[in-house]
Design a protein around this ligand. Sequence first.
Ligand SMILES: [Zn+2]
Length: 91
Amino acid sequence: MSTPHPEPQVPAGGVRTPVVASRQCPVCLKNSLLGEQTACSARCRRERSRQRVAERQQLRDQEVLALLEHAERLEARAAALRAEACQLLRT
Ligand SMILES: [Zn+2]
């Protein structure tokens, strides 16, 4: 017994038809982008990736600062506990 090929199912969510709209280069805000372009020129693309790196760096800096603050709080708590423990051992 052989079953015929089932109808290909359309995946949930469906395929989005690409919206063709003239977009502007987000870097120089002058030239329009073609197709899948994310920047109008190599120069703008480089500038864009530079901005992205800077953004990521900033986010990481904020994260590191938050972790440092947290570490400082933990350190203060550890110091307090240590002092408490020393006192308990001495008495
Ligand atoms: Zn550009």
